[in-house]
Design a protein around this ligand. Structure first.
Ligand code: EPU
Length: 413
């Protein structure tokens, strides 16, 4: 699928943010911890969520959608995830800890997802091994078994997925498991809060040091998926690209702190707890030096948007350092160059000198990079074609329709 974008149309109006992909996936992964109903409101209708639900269904869960609410229930009929589904998304890895804890074994084909880096799983696996799991890897799949016990485990890096998997493993394990150097992204705090609502005992919610005291059984839950901070940042970048004034609603602006801090010196930003209004009439001369790092610092998932904004800024320089995923910077930089972006990448840093972009044909090589190219297309003179727009649909609900509602001119083909 292609997005065909006619640049140069100003954006105006109000737009609500949908639920977060990276919150929905771990909450769905945690559904294996109980046979009772997990009812998730504000669930985004996006391809990664559809594929995660297909995976759970193939393993025996029942799934029911109504409006933006998805209900998952039932017992797993197998602890082996089918390869054709697991390879479609990285989020499939999020069934590992919970399935092992609840059923004593799990077989997971190596997960897929965006090719933004090597994405090893050593932190997940070492953590599970410290809890007594026996893990082997053959036939392109992880095979884990064993009765888990409590443990103390310090992650060598604050991995989002490993934190989520180890939390889901620890909630059903006898004794107190102490996890340190945990990731503290808002989506992890949401998972911790949902687990507590299911009956789990967790201390240190939202902090790097988390203690989990296992319980025998968890029960069903009704829970709201948190708003997608990356989608919110995408809308904000879109108005930076196109000019105009928009209000982004149904977001938690605390979760957008690092991104808003980049915008605030250059644009008129009015911030409320759950909404933000931004007015953009001219381009700043660059954004200075920004490095990606785990929450609460500048997120890697917003790096491509920042690189796009830097590339159409007004002449000044921006330095962007990507510290998490080794391919992400190159993916987006090489495509922005086709739009006239003046970007030099050395190692994990990009030096960008802003200039007016001109339309061209580009390729969405990963989800966030694809969305950033759509944003860049709003700035470029002429008609930009973003090939591979199906990558964008993995994480965005109708990005084209949402931006068109604000005045953009994008159509799919
Ligand atoms: N890492 C390891 N070993 C591990 C785990 C991670 O070396 O065992 C490394 C990774 O290679 C990477 C870094 O640690 O260099 C961070 O990886 P992390 O585990 O934190 O990321 P993830 O769980 O694979 C989630 C999001 C990503 C987001 C990152 C970072 C989901 C489903 N995915 O991935 O989202 O970029 O955290 O915040 O929650 C996206 O939405 O487009 C996306 C890629």
């Amino acid at each position: 699928m292609d997005y065909i974008i006619e640049g140069g149309h100003r954006l105006n109006g109000e737009i609500a943010v949908c639920g977060a992909k990276n919150c929905a996936l771990p909450l769905l992964g945690a559904s294996v911890l109980t046979d009772e109903q997990i009812v998730l409101h504000n669930c985004p209708a996006i391809v990664d969520v559809f594929n995660m639900l297909e995976l759970l269904k193939a393993m025996g869960k029942s799934v029911f959608w109504q409006g933006d609410t998805v209900t998952v229930s039932g017992t797993l009929s197998t602890t082996t995830a089918p390869q054709y589904l697991a390879r479609l998304l990285r989020g499939s890895a999020l069934i590992l800890g919970g399935t092992l804890a609840a059923y004593g074994s799990v077989n997971l084909p190596l997960p897929g997802g965006c090719a933004i880096g090597a994405r090893p799983m050593d932190i997940h696996l070492k953590g599970l091994e410290s809890m007594g799991a026996e893990i082997s890897c053959y036939d392109n799949a992880l095979h884990c078994k064993g009765a888990l016990h409590s443990a103390e485990y310090e992650m060598r890096f604050a991995s989002v997925g490993a934190t989520e998997n180890l939390l889901c493993a620890a909630v059903l394990v006898k004794g107190t498991t102490v996890l340190s150097n945990c990731a503290t992204e808002p989506e992890i705090e949401a998972l911790e809060r949902m687990l507590v609502k299911m009956g789990a005992k967790i201390e240190g919610i939202g902090t790097p040091d988390v203690s989990v005291t296992g319980v025998k059984k968890l029960h069903g839950v009704e829970f709201d998926i948190i708003p997608d901070r990356i989608v919110a940042a995408t809308y904000l970048s879109a108005v930076v690209a196109a000019g105009g004034q928009i209000t982004v609603t149904n977001c938690n602006t605390n979760h957008l702190h690092a991104f808003i801090n980049v915008l605030r010196p250059h644009f008129n930003v009015v911030q409320y707890a759950d909404a933000i209004t931004i007015t953009c009439d001219s381009q700043p001369s660059g954004y200075g030096r920004i490095c990606t790092a785990p929450y609460p610092f500048f997120p890697t998932d917003m790096q491509s948007l920042l690189l796009a904004m830097a590339s159409f800024s007004n002449g000044g320089q921006t330095i962007v350092q990507e510290n998490l995923f080794e391919n992400r910077l190159e993916h987006i930089a090489s495509e922005l160059v086709k739009l006239g972006g003046n970007i030099t990448v050395k190692g994990n840093s990009a030096a960008v000198t802003g200039s007016k972009l001109t339309a061209s044909n580009v390729v969405a090589r990963d989800l966030r990079g694809g969305a950033a190219l759509a944003v860049a297309g709003l700035n470029a003179d002429g008609q930009t074609v973003v090939h591979g727009a199906e990558n964008i649909c993995r994480g965005y609900m109708d990005l084209d329709i949402c931006l068109n509602a604000l005045g953009a001119k994008i159509h799919k083909q």
